[in-house]
Design a binder for this molecule. Structure first.
Ligand code: SF4
Length: 701
């Protein structure tokens, strides 16, 4: 047995495709073999689809319409999902995700589409002041409890209610279809209706409340009267303030808001100390304490709302989220009302197709679609980019929140057992990516990539897959990853079973330095754990090495690079020049460039309690500018100041305990003492505020 096999087995990862070891997943020749096994498996399962796939592979889709390619990919993706799940023994987890997502679609979103969306048309601005709201609520409670007793254990109120409504809507549609001569949608509808009837008749209370329904002998009529009770409750819930509280936050009742292009960010104005200021509307404040992740992303149901909101335009080749919006005449890109060119996703990601497969519940298949055009997807999505949203067909109402969906597809896979391994494999082996389905072996050419930001790491990925060896350098320090995780020439990486073992809280996270602007230019609104996934994925590649603290043109010159044997140098270091603003005295004390402040905060980790970084800020701070850097600086200064003064209070208190107040204060001059006392008094004020909020906290810092 080869050494690499032994290591893989020590790591307890035996793959689910016979004849393949974990080590093989890093060997181009074995990746080619794995693709052959995928092909053979597909041929056995669906010979027709296999034939279509072969034609697509052979022609690279040159003679195919975009709609035909999309359709084929959507049908192929579940096969990739199934195959990869088998490879990593996660079939059960994939099946669980599929059944949970399908259940959500069939309850929450069938309810939304079949009932809530039609409710205005159904009641046509009816005046509910004449309605007996108490009876409407009572009837709904009875209907749920007596006719649908299986909902009693459902602690999710929205889900329980939607189960009732969606079931009745389906039964109603079934009978309507039959009346129009359509085939049956539900096989045992009559027996289901009989069960409902018997349950309602058997209970004395519901027998009275639903007497009108029970008087209907036809199953269709009986169903429609029950459905009417649900519809009436929905309309009342939308219009009665008390009932409305129940549905607050329910995705089944969410409707897309109109886009007010002139007021994209709603605000209120407030007079403060002689200035007119903008402020967020009351009730929309999001309190922040420190540097933990500020945006934990949508939950699954919110994501599925977005998936449901999509109308899957790829089958009409109008998926402008991916392809941009073009004028019929001339074919150039359209601009939106703000004059922004609607280019769609710059990568041309298969967004609409991914949404269809996500809706089917197959996250691995959906991720395989994403990684065709966007293999470094942990570095995109929510809080990073939104050209796709701006390109969405919905220009006058809320667009589909594609970045949330994309990131959710990724995280649903990452948090599966071996999710990191699954993502990582899809970057170097992906049957859907017919142009480069598996990484090529080393071709003897070496490339120096300067800059390990998004451009550099993405370029490195593509070059490695084409067979080049890549050395990535960055002027800033890059922390190495443990060799246990990356592997080496003699050692296989340890497979990561649980993404949580790599996951760090952002306010405690070690700044790895990898990722350039994504590391030091983005605040804690974005989950930087994704950077580690990219870093690890690349660091495991045999043909890749990464070096921090190497400045191109200084530490290494262009001549030295050629002498070292590089065949090509790729500059991926962005604009590069430091921003020197042409203002007199702009380097005096108390003045700092916003970008410099942000970079210092991110790079030094000054926001962490454990950090000794010297980054001093006094309030009030005035921030000049209204762009992203200014806004980020505003939020970060506001979050940093309490951390700074609390840290100083804590350290000062400890020092005074150990050395006495006079010794400690003796090392400062008059101005420093003034600043110190200001910080200490603010630190004490925050501490007492914390104690007021949580009386159990210790009185000392
Ligand atoms: S995201 Fe928007 S443009 Fe894209 S497929 Fe869905 S609805 Fe169409």
């Amino acid at each position: 047995m080869a050494a690499s096999h032994r290591i893989a087995e020590d790591h307890n990862l035996i793959l689910g495709i016979q004849g393949f070891s974990y080590a093989d997943l890093y060997k181009p020749s074995r990746l080619a073999d794995l693709l052959n096994v995928f092909d053979t498996t597909l041929k056995v399962l669906d010979a027709g689809l296999f034939a279509e796939y072969q034609t697509y592979k052979n022609t690279l889709g040159k003679e195919m319409a975009p709609q035909a390619i999309s359709d084929l990919l959507v049908r192929l993706a579940p096969h990739v999902g199934e195959f990869v799940a088998r490879l990593f023994h996660v079939e059960a987890e994939r099946a669980n995700q599929q059944s949970a997502i399908r259940d959500e679609v069939e309850t929450i979103f069938v309810f939304r589409n079949e009932i809530v969306e039609k409710i205005q048309a159904r009641f046509k601005d009816a005046d509910i002041t004449r309605w007996d709201i108490k009876k409407i609520q009572g009837d709904i409670d009875l209907l749920k409890r007596i006719a649908f007793p299986e909902t009693a254990t459902d602690t999710d109120l929205e889900h329980a209610f939607c189960r009732v409504g969606s079931r009745l809507a389906r039964l109603s549609n079934h009978y309507r279809g039959l009346a129009r001569g359509k085939p049956a949608e539900i096989n045992d509808a009559d027996s289901e209706v009989n069960t409902l009837r018997q349950r309602l008749e058997a209970d004395p209370q519901s027998k009275v409340a639903f007497a009108a329904a029970l008087a209907k002998q036809e199953p269709a009529e009986f169903t429609d009267v029950l459905l009417e009770a649900v519809q009436r409750w929905c309309y009342a819930a939308l219009n009665d303030p008390e009932l409305n509280k129940i549905i607050s936050g329910w995705m089944s009742f969410k409707t897309p808001r109109k886009t007010d292009i002139k007021h994209l960010v709603h605000h209120e104005t407030r007079q403060r100390e002689g200035f007119t200021t903008w402020t967020a509307p009351a009730g929309e404040y999001r309190r922040r304490d420190g540097f933990a992740l500020t945006d934990p992303r949508f939950i699954e149901r919110q994501v599925l709302y977005e998936v449901d909101h999509c109308i899957y335009c790829h089958d009409r080749d109008t998926d402008s989220c991916s392809k941009g919006m073009r004028n019929k005449r001339g074919g150039d890109y359209k601009t939106n009302a703000l004059g922004v060119t609607i280019i769609g996703c710059p990568l041309g990601e298969k967004i609409s197709e991914m949404h269809v497969v996500k809706r089917q519940g197959d996250n691995i298949g959906a991720l395989a679609l994403v990684t065709i055009d966007n293999p470094m997807c942990p570095g995109t999505g929510h809080r990073i980019c939104n050209d796709c949203m701006r390109g969405c067909i919905y220009q006058k109402t809320e667009p589909v929140n594609i970045p949330q969906i994309e990131t959710n597809v990724l995280t649903d896979v990452l948090f599966m057992p071996y999710g990191v391994e699954i993502y990582s494999l899809l970057t170097r082996w992906n049957p859907l990516n017919v142009k480069r389905p598996y990484a090529l072996p080393y071709n003897g050419k070496n490339v120096l990539v300067v800059g390990m930001g998004p451009a550099g790491y993405t370029l490195a990925h593509y070059l490695i897959n084409e067979g080049f060896a890549v050395a990535g350098i960055d002027a800033l320090k890059i922390e190495p990853l443990p060799v246990e995780l990356t592997g080496s020439n003699t050692r296989l990486p340890r497979p990561v079973r649980d993404f949580r073992e790599l996951y760090e809280d952002l306010d405690k996270r070690l700044l790895a330095g990898f990722g350039g602007v994504a590391e030091y230019g983005i605040t804690v609104r974005w989950d930087k754990n994704f950077l580690k996934v990219i870093y690890l994925t690349l660091a495991r590649r045999n043909n890749f090495r990464c070096f921090g603290g190497v400045r191109f043109g200084g530490t290494i010159t262009i001549e030295e690079a050629w002498e070292m044997g590089f065949d090509h140098i790729a500059i991926a270091s962005g604009a590069g020049k430091p921003t020197i603003i042409g203002l007199k005295n702009n380097l005096i004390r108390g003045i700092r460039k916003a970008s410099d402040f942000l970079m210092a905060l991110q790079l030094t980790g000054a926001g962490k309690n454990s950090s000794l970084a010297n980054l001093q800020v006094r309030l009030p701070a005035g921030i000049i500018g209204g762009g992203l850097t200014a806004i980020d600086t505003t939020t970060e200064v506001t979050a940093y100041y309490p951390v700074q003064v609390e840290k100083i209070l804590h350290r000062y208190t400890k020092l005074v305990e150990e050395q006495g107040v006079e010794t400690v204060r003796a090392v400062y001059d008059r101005e420093e003492l003034e600043i110190l006392d200001e910080f200490l008094s603010h630190g004490r004020a925050i501490l007492s505020e914390r104690q007021r909020a949580s009386p159990g906290l210790p009185a000392k810092p």
